[in-house]
Each structure stands twice: as C-alpha cells, then as structure tokens.
Design a binder for this molecule. Structure first.
Ligand SMILES: [Zn+2]
Length: 169
C-alpha cells in the first residue's frame, strides 16, 4: 500500500510505510492492537528480523504465532504460552486417567455380568512357572522374579560385576 495509508506498524513507529514494508501484509491499519502487543513483547526490530529471515509463505503463520504468544505473555507474564500448554497437558492426562478408570469399570461390570473365565491358559502358565522354578531353583533366586525373563537378564551383569569384584580384590 504505502503512501497515504501506512500499516499499523509504521503508524505506531511513526515512520513512512514503504512499498515493500515487511509488516504491511500482516499488520493492517484497521487492527492497531495486533502490532502494538507484538511490539510490546518482542520489539518491532526483532519482529522485522524474524519475518525477513523467513520465506514469504511462512510469514503469516509466524505472525499469528507471535500474536498468540504475545497475548499469552501479557495474560501470564511469568509462564506465557507455556502456562497454557502445561494447563492443557494436565487436562489431557487427567482425562486419560478418567478414561482408564472408566474402561477398568467397564471390564469389572462385564466380568460381573459374565463370570466365565477361561481357566485352561492360567493352569498351563502355572505349570510353566513350576517347571522354570524347578530349573532355576539352584540359582537361589526367588520364585516370582525367576518367572520374568527380564529379571533374569538384569541379574546377569550383576553376577559379572561380582566376579570382577572378586578378581580385583
Ligand atoms: Zn508499514
């Protein structure tokens, strides 16, 4: 535009709005608050630098992000938009917990309605545990931990450490 109708930025900064003004496409003169808040939080020269470093097709998104962040910073001077993000993250985890509780409740109700539990796989797994425990009985690990293969893997490096310790001492 330029000339007679300066953009909101040039109007606030009291300077001539040149033909290729970097602010003009994103800060129209009919919305002076938009630039005022961005200028207050980030500073006009920083905003100008940021926009000039970006390709033209990304500048509109950058401006709307800067405006959002500036508004959040004014609302919450300490946390800014991080406050909004963590509030929403807390809400998400709270809702996920509620969902998990509701799903557990559904399972409970289903089991009360239909208490037929398949027993054969349980019996076979107990038999497996018995076999393993008899195999591992000489290694002096308790029954519960020896049933988990991950625990057996954890004990291996400990064993090696103890043998290294014996060698060093
Ligand atoms: Zn301008």
């Amino acid at each position: 535009m330029g000339g007679n109708s300066p953009c909101a930025s040039c109007k606030l900064l009291r300077r001539r709005c040149v033909k290729d003004c970097v602010f003009a496409p994103y800060f129209p003169s009919d919305d002076p608050h938009k630039f005022a808040i961005v200028h207050k939080v980030f500073g006009a020269s920083n905003v100008s630098k940021m926009l000039q470093e970006l390709p033209v097709q990304q500048r509109a998104d950058a401006v709307s992000s800067l405006v959002y962040e500036a508004n959040a910073r004014v609302r919450d001077p300490v946390y800014g938009c991080v406050g909004a993000i963590s509030y929403l993250q807390n809400q998400v985890s709270e809702l996920q917990m509620q969902l998990a509780m509701a799903q557990a409740e559904i399972v409970c109700i289903q089991m009360q309605h239909d208490p037929i539990v398949p027993t054969t796989p349980q019996i076979s797994s107990y038999q497996l545990l018995d076999d393993k425990s008899s195999l591992l009985h000489n290694h002096c690990f308790n029954f519960a931990s020896s049933s988990l293969s991950t625990n057996v893997n954890i004990y291996d490096p400990l064993k090696r450490e103890s043998t290294f310790g014996d060698i060093i001492s």
